[in-house]
Design a binder for this molecule. Structure first.
Ligand code: BTN
Length: 253
């Protein structure tokens, strides 16, 4: 990353060919003293991990599969704010370098024309209610072609190359993400979640849309109204009841 203009993010870089998961490698690097900002990149993953125990399809050479080490001294329950921050940084870098109209689906999927182009998975280790470290795992389907997707993913997933009709520079995109991320992360550590929340709302394709989600209390359907201070989604049901969704997945209707 020759032209990287960051102080910490990506300054320590570990690049691999095939790995099981960049997350696993990043956890091991932290255990051996890797500092904040350490980045693990791989050409392919054999067991890429997605949110909620899902697998992440990570074919060779065409995607950006990376994990970033973070050590914010914040309470464990602020983790959702960090995932939203990550999504804002990713959205801005995708718009700037790939020039596609990407938007954020709560909490942190990036969609282009309703299809997913990237996902974020945060894994943490905490102590005494404070985070010890967080591994931010980011997968961007940069230059995958339709043939790279298994049949069942084609209606729900797409890539930057498919959407813009030309490959993107993975190096430029990683660099741009690290710069956007560092800027927002420093802003967050200094000023808290409020400015990030506004930026998230501006990039969201979720707000003012009807949604459906499964909660421990059953299915909730309603209009996504706003994001609260903790990063939860406020939904207003048909009956006019206001509910908060703290985790999981939503369906845009
Ligand atoms: C999701 O949308 O479910 C999150 C997907 C996260 C995938 C990335 S790819 C790099 C990093 N390593 C993994 O095993 N997963 C994350």
């Amino acid at each position: 990353l020759a032209g990287l203009r960051t102080k910490r993010m990506g300054q320590k870089l570990h690049v691999y060919g095939e790995v099981d998961s960049t997350q696993t490698i990043a956890h091991a690097l932290v255990a051996s003293g890797a500092p904040e900002g350490t980045l693990v990149l791989a050409e392919s993953q054999t067991s890429g991990r997605g949110r909620m125990g899902r697998k992440w399809h990570s074919p060779a050479g065409k995607g950006i599969w990376m994990s970033l080490v973070l050590t914010p001294r914040i309470p464990v329950y602020f983790m959702p704010q960090l995932t939203l921050l990550c999504a804002v940084a990713l959205c801005r870098s995708v718009q700037k370098t790939a020039h596609v109209d990407a938007g954020i689906k709560w909490p942190n999927d990036l969609l282009v024309k309703g299809k997913k182009i990237s996902g974020i998975l945060l894994e943490s280790s905490g102590e005494d209610e404070r985070l010890k470290y967080v591994i931010a795992g980011i997968g961007i389907s940069a230059n995958l072609s339709v043939d790279d997707y298994p049949e069942e993913l084609r209606s729900v997933a797409t890539s930057l190359a498919i959407e813009r009709g030309a490959d993107v520079s993975r190096e430029a995109l990683v660099q741009s993400f690290l710069q956007e991320f560092e800027e927002l992360y420093d802003l967050y550590l200094e000023k808290g979640f409020a400015p990030i929340r506004l930026l998230w709302e501006a990039q969201s394709v979720t707000l003012r849309r009807p949604i459906r989600t499964h909660t421990p209390q059953g299915i909730v359907e309603g209009m996504a109204e706003s994001l609260d201070d903790s990063g939860a989604l406020t939904v207003v049901t048909k009956e006019g009841e206001r509910m908060k969704i703290y985790s999981g997945d939503i369906e845009l209707k």
